[in-house]
Design a protein around this ligand. Structure first.
Ligand code: ANZ
Ligand code: ZN
Length: 871
């Protein structure tokens, strides 16, 4: 039985909140935009959702009470594969499936007492929304940031779709179908993220309020590398006297150029063509390359460092030696120039490749450590990877440090017209087209005469047709829908065909936070003035799994739109530079308790475990103790928890408190329900405290006229206000805030101050107001018990009085010869007065016991008088 009937309190206040008229936006107030990452409408709310929304709700309620105009919207990331698969597997239309899921989840969220502004609700699959996703696509297209090119893509032969690299596992299999992924060349749409690589990298330094870990992940993803591009001309005589362009390589180590013993080309390198290769080799090279179409084969070959000799030679422009040219998949076509100058002595991959393929006998070490150990021979059996000093094999550069040699060699290469400095980014352009149905159609028409024609703005949205067939095989349902595909060319009015690819859902979610600022705009994605007033988002809360792509894409879109003047930022109040999120709070996962059979390591179902003694679970079948651990909740581990059950059984407010109290937001939360009872009892206690307050018309007396106990209660109250305010506005340490509030309630309930004292009433009022963001319905109830008519959320957040923080007395720990023996209370005015403290200690009974009449040689006071040591 619960100590409080939480559900009736929830129902009562939910009804009143619904009826209350929202206060008009007061534009004189500062604005605050709190956003939790919008969910994918899977149809099931999970504990992770509850955690994020609770956190954002606490923050936004706190801001409202502090006088901000708060934007706290909610919407749905509603396009994507699962809806389409549901359609194929269960015959439900993706639109229907999605709408149903949204309404289920909305109902579940409403149970959590989260104060979202539902008037701004958006769903990315709504034509009113994707119209503007298409508009943004066209803006990028018109400014040259969206383009089509052939690309080697991961092709899932079962789902018949292109996969992102993240959707292919380590064995080269599709995350969804499990099929072995193939490499296929297809025409795809890209956004030119690489144009912004430098801005995206540089501006990471502005993100002061982002976790370092996330910033590092962004930096690594962008992966800037500086070095040189060097040309190697082909020295082989070619059939038919054809001349080939020199091979350009990108290197981060020009200092090793004297150690280049061969070149390696990516299998997709343009040189790798039958007509360029000597007849003897052509066949083996081409069959090797063809064999790589299976992603798995490619991956295996890449790992094995296998390659083939092309039969061609190039000249090392520095040593003038002829060096063989190989083809191997460890060289990536998408990085640098797709060709590598191989230095087996100083690069691990080149070294392995050299050994596996027996390229050369003699490995040339051109760099050695700058400090050599005396009497110790250099180790030539493995590559030397560090920078150092150039050896005698480096001609005129012998004895130079790597850094200087790199500069000198680059300079020489420039003089010879065969090199230049170069910067490379690991970041690739964003492949955004999907051969799928449930996404925003790319607003492009292909005309036989005018070629690629953007759909004019007035024809947007390009509607996703609803009456299509889901076979699950072949092309996207769009491609086979003739009456939709065939259209008029917007330019010449002749017969043309629509683009049948849809957009990656990351496009939808890369600008939704902007739409929230003006969700009903029918003329533009959003009114620039409204967006400018609210952006950047003040705090963005979500899972660390989005630390790379979603955040990077949002930053990119935000920067492009800023550049195009789609919105602007208020220069003196906002960080600027199109950075969309000011504070980023990445919440940790919620892990569930799992039980495993110690013998077989099999996960046990809940019904296989006897939990009658929660501290000593037993396997029912064997009476053995199971292995217990906390792991990511999943069906296969039987450790999932349905949040709706939890809140129905335990109450919303205790559940919210429990989530906030168990771990700081960014850490893993190990879910267990036992200790929710502690939160239920605490709320029950605060309800009783509120009921017990005798209303008083008197105002709070001055510090001097308060009684000693009142002064202490007033001090504790003010101290708590100070600390909790800090926790909710700055550090987001909700667990500390809760423990401070618990301390305050303990202090009030154990104090001798009379419940009719205005100081007492003040303490309880502050307590209730400060709990309100975390426990909305029970705090409203308390506030009513405190004889108030208005909602607690219309109250101003309490402010602390600095003078009240002064202690009347301090607790002083007494040590004798360094050992702690007792503690005494010292009046504030005597704090730090060693002689007086000694007198007080000697006066007390235990003090006498420890000091008796022994002479004191030395008195040491420390910690602002809170510790004294008698020697
Ligand atoms: C010669 C060399 C000598 C290299 C040496 C490294 C060490 P980062 O730093 O990550 O940018 N490389 C260039 N293009 C490549 C491609 N398409 N696929 C695979 N590897 C490629 O790496 C740059 C280095 O990676 C380049 O510098 C090149 O090898 C290799 F002691 O050139 B280096
Ligand atoms: Zn045309």
């Amino acid at each position: 039985k619960l100590p409080v009937d939480f559900s009736s309190i929830e129902d009562k206040w939910k009804a009143r909140w619904k009826d209350s008229t929202p206060t008009a936006v007061d534009s004189s107030k500062p604005s605050y935009y709190a956003l939790s990452m919008f969910p994918y409408p899977s149809g099931m709310l999970h504990m992770g959702h509850v955690r994020v929304y609770t956190i954002s709700d606490v923050i936004q309620r706190f801001r409202k009470m502090n006088g901000y105009n708060v934007l706290h919207p909610m919407g749905w990331d509603a396009f994507g594969l699962p809806a389409e698969n549901a359609a194929i597997e269960r015959g439900i239309h993706p639109a229907e499936w999605t709408t149903k899921n949204i309404s289920i989840m909305k109902e579940q969220i409403s149970k959590l007492c989260i104060d979202f502004d539902w008037s701004r609700e958006i769903a990315t699959c709504d034509p009113e929304y994707y119209k503007w996703t298409q508009y943004i696509f066209l803006q990028l297209y018109n400014s040259g940031l969206a383009y089509q090119k052939e690309a080697v893509v991961n092709w899932d032969p079962v789902d018949k779709t292109v996969l992102a690299n993240e959707q292919v596992d380590n064995e080269g299999k599709s995350w969804r179908s499990g099929a072995i992924v193939e490499r296929k060349k297809l025409r795809q749409w890209f956004f030119k993220v690489t144009d912004f690589a430098e801005d995206l990298l540089k501006d990471i330094d502005r993100l002061e309020n982002w976790p370092d870990r996330v910033k590092q992940m962004q930096r690594n993803w962008i992966g800037k590398s500086t070095g040189a591009e060097i040309d190697f001309s082909i020295s082989s005589a070619l059939p038919n006297d054809t001349e080939l362009e020199p091979i350009k390589v990108f290197t981060s180590r020009p200092d090793t150029v004297y150690g280049v013993q061969y070149l390696v080309l990516a299998p997709e390198h343009p040189l790798v063509k039958k007509e360029n290769l000597p007849v003897e080799q052509a066949e083996s090279v081409l069959s090797f390359v063809n064999d790589l179409t299976k992603k798995q084969n490619a991956q295996e070959a890449e790992e094995s460092k296998k390659g083939v000799f092309t039969g061609l030679y190039a000249q090392n422009p520095f040593t003038k030696e002829d060096i063989p040219i190989y083809v191997a998949p460890y060289v990536l076509s998408e990085y640098g120039t797709g060709a590598v100058m191989a230095v087996p002595a100083h690069d691990k991959r080149d070294y392995e490749f050299c050994k596996v393929n027996n390229v050369v006998e003699d490995i040339k070490f051109v760099v050695e450590p700058s400090i050599k150990e005396v009497g110790k021979e250099l180790d030539y059996s493995s590559p030397f990877l560090q920078q150092g000093v150039l050896t005698g094999l480096s001609g005129p550069y012998e004895g130079m440090k790597s850094k200087d040699a790199a500069k000198a060699i680059l300079k020489k290469a420039k003089q010879l017209g065969i090199g230049k400095s170069a910067t490379q980014y690991r970041l690739r352009d964003w492949l955004l087209s999907r051969q799928r149905y449930w996404g925003a159609p790319i607003p492009i028409v292909h005309c036989p005469d005018c070629k690629v024609v953007p759909v004019p703005k007035e024809d947007l949205p390009v509607h996703l047709p609803l009456d299509v067939e889901f076979s699950g095989k072949g092309h996207s349902p769009l491609a086979t829908k003739e009456d939709w595909v065939n259209c008029k060319c917007p330019k010449c009015q002749g017969p043309a065909k629509r683009e049948t690819d849809t957009m990656d859902t990351f496009v939808d979610s890369s600008w939704y936070f902007m739409r929230f600022t003006d969700p009903e705009n029918t003329e533009l994605p959003f009114d620039p003035a409204k967006a400018s007033a609210m952006l950047p988002v003040d705090i963005y809360i979500g899972g660390v799994e989005h630390a790379i792509l979603h955040l990077l894409y949002s930053r990119f879109i935000s920067k492009t739109l800023l550049k195009q003047g789609t919105y602007s930022e208020l220069p003196d109040t906002k960080p600027g530079h199109g950075e969309p999120f000011n504070v980023l709070l990445t919440q940790g996962m919620v892990h569930g308790r799992t039980f495993k059979d110690p013998k077989t390591s099999r996960f046990l179902k809940p019904e296989e475990v006897d939990l009658s003694d929660n501290n000593q679970p037993k396997i029912i079948a064997t009476s053995e103790q199971p292995l217990i651990s906390f792991e990511k909740m999943s069906k296969s581990k039987y450790n999932g928890v349905d949040p709706v059950n939890v809140i129905e059984e335990c109450g919303v407010d205790p559940t919210r408190l429990h989530i906030l109290y168990k771990a700081p937001p960014s850490e893993v939360l190990e879910w267990e329900e036992d200790s929710i009872i502690g939160m239920q009892r605490w709320i029950s206690k605060v309800l009783k405290l509120s009921q017990g307050v005798q209303p008083s018309s008197q105002s709070i007396p001055t510090l001097e006229t308060m009684s000693k106990d009142e002064r202490e209660m007033y001090r504790v109250t003010n101290k708590t206000v100070k600390q909790v305010t800090e926790s909710l506005s700055n550090t987001y340490a909700f667990n500390t805030a809760i423990s401070d509030l618990i301390k305050l309630s303990n202090h009030v309930s154990s104090s001798t101050v009379d419940s009719s004292s205005p100081v007492y009433a003040h303490a309880v009022q502050c307590l209730v107001k400060m709990m309100a963001p975390m426990t909305p319905s029970t705090s409203e109830e308390c506030w009513e018990l405190l004889k108030n008519k208005q909602s607690v959320f219309e109250q101003k957040w309490p402010e602390f009085v600095p003078e009240a923080l002064q202690k009347d007395q301090i607790d002083c720990v007494v040590q004798v010869n360094g050992k702690t023996r007792l503690s005494i209370t010292v009046p504030n005015e005597l704090a730090g007065n060693a002689k007086e403290i000694e007198r007080l200690v000697r006066e007390s009974e235990i003090g006498q016991k420890w000091l008796s009449d022994k002479p004191v040689r030395k008195l040491i006071l420390a910690k602002k008088g809170e510790l004294i040591n008698f020697v």
